[in-house]
Design a protein around this ligand. Sequence first.
Ligand code: DGT
Ligand code: CA
Ligand code: CA
Ligand code: ZN
Length: 577
Amino acid sequence: MINHDIAKILREMAVFLDMDEVAFKPRAYERAAREIEDRNLDVEDLKEIYKKDGLKALMEIPGVGRGIAEHIAEFIKKGTFGEYEKYKKKYPVDISGLTSVQGVGPKMVKTLWRKLKIKNLADLEKAAKAGKIAKLERLGEKTEQKVLKGIEFLKSTGGRKILGFLLDELRGLEKEVEAIPGVTKAVVAGSARRRKETIGDIDILAVSSSPQKVMDEFIKLPFVADVVAEGPTKTSVRLKQGLNADLRVVPAESFGAALIYFTGSKDHNVKLREIAIKKGFKLNEYGLFEGKKTVAGKTEEEVYNALGLAYIEPEMREDTGEIELARQNKLPQLIGYDDLVGDMQTHSDWSDGEATLEEMAEAARKTGLEYILMTDHTRGLAMTGGADEAKMLKEMAAIDKINSKIKAKNEKFRILKGAEVNIGKSGELDLDEKVLEKMDVVGAAVHSHFNLSRAEQTKRIITAMENPHIDIIFHLTGRLINKREAITIDFDEILKVAKKTGTILEIDAYPDRLDIKDDFIKKCVEAGVKMSIGADAHSPEHYKYLEIGIAQARRGWTKKSDIINAWSLDKMLKFLK
Ligand code: DGT
Ligand code: CA
Ligand code: CA
Ligand code: ZN
């Protein structure tokens, strides 16, 4: 958990330094924050690194010089550092709160503070409603409208957090709870275990025969901010990172029943309990009982089976038909977390990615993938350094070279040539077909004109799908979870066309996209429309997000046969031809 906190505080430092007109340093802090955030917490907890190898080890992180390393060390010891506290007094601004609004970045936070003394979301809303932001130089009417919309949207999310960004942290949490003396097992349950897009809180289930002792230790853990409610079997705390966490402790013989109960969903649980009652049983978090006799409780499987059901994967437990299928033993064999062979959306520094083609390929190969589809942006997205035809051809030549090198080394890996072509207002593409023709697989996506009517939006996408060079539509609805709403489309119409043209619809695995959503995925499965999963990787660390993309696919009940990059490369390419 500490990596997350450190990254956050360094990011805030960058803004403070910028407010202070310090040159260069803000960039360095931002870079360090990004590097730390992208680390895999399991193996690279900064606290452990520092304890083991001291300041020098911290300085090995790209972007971390002596100054920043010393701040990190101080943070590890004290939970904050002097210079940060000094700035915090000078600039009492809720930076993370403000930047959580779509369209508000660090630069704007600085301007808002300087010109309008805006400290927090409430100030921001007031100023925007009073038309004060529109009057600021370089911001204007459009920005003000965007800010107001962003605030509205943020309010509607009710403080839920995006799960994909928290997975490492949750695993760290499980480990810390499991390390409490007397705990034999700790699992995060609730919506996180069902792999919902966002979570309202964290539900931890621990097994122990001495619950009170476990509770006493739990509230002392360093990431706990304060205790909300304390009891012998359930404790609620607020974590420093903002979410609440509930800890429940149960004896080993109840673990399965408790895990079912606290995994939910509530609707799923209610159905299970009805089934139990019909069979003359009683089901609760302690077990499945017939009178005083325990029928099942130790494992989830045992409880489901005793209810006459096959085991149901957590990602399916939403009471949307899974219980009926489990009763007939007709549940789909969901795609597995190890089933992806390649990644279908990667960016490099040829457009807005942070790493070179080689670095991205190497990172993907290390995670066990056999190929990546390189999909750098095209001309229409100028701010990403999108390529025109000449640049794209150069990149493709560079890819050919790398592939030959890999081949010469007898390694099994390949970079497929592709692009993320921009779809214009009327469905037109921004790269010549003569170039598209030479690519292995081509994706296209919407990145602007989000407010067209449903009919226009649908027609626009269909036009792109009907182009014979387009294989995949990336992040179909353009939504950003907690930030930007999806465009309105007639999904059934798009599905019909996809069926006809053989167009693939992407499940974008980047945690704040997860686009398309579970209900659309289910419709694809039913219609036989194939999907791809893409990390939308902009740095080597982003391949880890494929996991949450697979989770999304599983929540849409997909099998291996529904996802083209779970097939062999040959089969996939043949299918797209
Ligand atoms: P969240 O926290 O809003 O993301 O969603 P959940 O599903 O994690 O909900 P939460 O934290 O309120 O409760 C965790 C689980 O505990 C929930 O999935 C099912 C179970 N649960 C909570 N309240 C009830 C209830 O009133 N009845 C039943 N049957 N189960 C409940
Ligand atoms: Ca929960
Ligand atoms: Ca809860
Ligand atoms: Zn895109």
